[in-house]
Write a protein that binds this ligand. Structure first.
Ligand code: NAD
Ligand code: 0WE
Length: 258
């Protein structure tokens, strides 16, 4: 049985009710985990209010700001986690960002700053958060991140995010090799395209979703709930022998050649 009772899970990346991280948080809660939620702070506190209202039914015991570009916010986050929870069990990393300019046009037009920002927020953040979490993660703990096929194959316009996801997937392997010594596992879920805040801002996402509905073995896209269930599995003791892997939750799309 998938049972996360007694486990504490810190989830980063909820922006609204379409976020993949929201699907994951709901399934972790359903399996009995105690939740800590972070949000990306903005000047007016609108994200804070929105995310706070959304997650209230999951009764998180921690609710804290974290912009991964700010070292101090990461330090304060884990100092709060340590004070309130002591050790914890699960870290869910569900965030990515590239400037809009970088997500269309020629890949060779990627700017130095655009490249740096995309890799900093989307890939380096997993390394940084894992380092900060490491002294607090219990034996049997699990780190899960979200990736996309565009890190392995060329997907039109995914551009520098593809480079960032390739780096992220390699981070998973190096982190898994290191964290195995303390019986902490590190894995990624490669989700098929889902309409979320991040993906809806991308031109042609609907055409991409229709393409998947035609080609994927299951003839449909996946849902936040299906990604959430796979994440709950990777966070649970049911997956105790699995680390350093990329698990495709994509209705089978990745296997197809034509
Ligand atoms: P989303 O917009 O709901 O989530 C992205 C999150 O990143 C937001 O919560 C945002 O606040 C956060 N974020 C951005 N910059 C940040 C920063 N500097 N510090 C902290 N947080 C920051 O979109 P989503 O589609 O749910 O994306 C979540 C993850 O899933 C991403 O890693 C994305 O690459 C991945 N993914 C998405 C799809 C898809 O089709 N939607 C498919 C595969 C993988
Ligand atoms: O990882 C992602 C989304 C990543 C993303 C999206 C945005 C849009 C708004 C990162 N940064 C930004 N920055 C913005 O300003 N996905 C897997 C969804 C996605 O994004 C694509 C896709 C798919 C699928 C971009 C181009 C092509 C396909």
């Amino acid at each position: 049985m998938l049972d996360l009772t007694g486990k504490k899970a810190l989830v980063l990346g909820i922006a609204n009710n379409r976020s993949i991280a929201w699907g994951i948080a709901q399934q972790l809660h359903a399996a009995g985990a105690e939740l800590g939620i972070t949000y990306l702070p903005d000047e007016r506190g609108r994200h804070e209010k929105k995310v706070k209202d959304l997650v209230e039914p999951l009764s998180p015991t921690l609710f804290l700001p974290c912009n991964v570009q700010d070292d101090q916010q990461v330090t304060e986050l884990f100092s709060n986690v340590k004070d309130s929870w002591g050790n914890f069990d699960i870290l869910v990393h569900c965030l990515a960002f590239a400037g809009k300019d970088e997500l269309s046009g020629d890949f060779s037009g990627t700017s130095r700053q655009g490249f740096t920002t995309a890799l900093e927020i989307s890939a380096y953040s997993l390394v940084h958060l894992s380092a900060a979490a490491k002294p607090l993660l219990s034996s049997g703990g699990s780190i899960v991140t979200l990736t996309y096929l565009g890190g392995v194959r060329v997907i039109p316009n995914y551009n520098v995010m593809g480079t960032a996801k390739a780096a992220l997937e390699m981070n998973v392997r190096y982190l898994a090799a290191e964290m195995g010594a303390q019986n902490v596992r590190v894995n990624a879920i490669s989700a098929g395209p889902i309409r979320t805040l991040a993906s809806s801002a991308v031109g042609g996402i609907l055409d991409m979703i229709h393409h998947v509905e035609e080609i994927a073995p299951l003839k449909r896209t996946v849902t936040q709930t299906e990604v959430g269930n796979a994440a709950a599995f990777l966070c649970s003791d049911l997956s105790s022998g699995i680390t350093g892997q990329v698990l495709y939750v994509d209705a089978g799309y990745e296997i197809m050649g034509m």
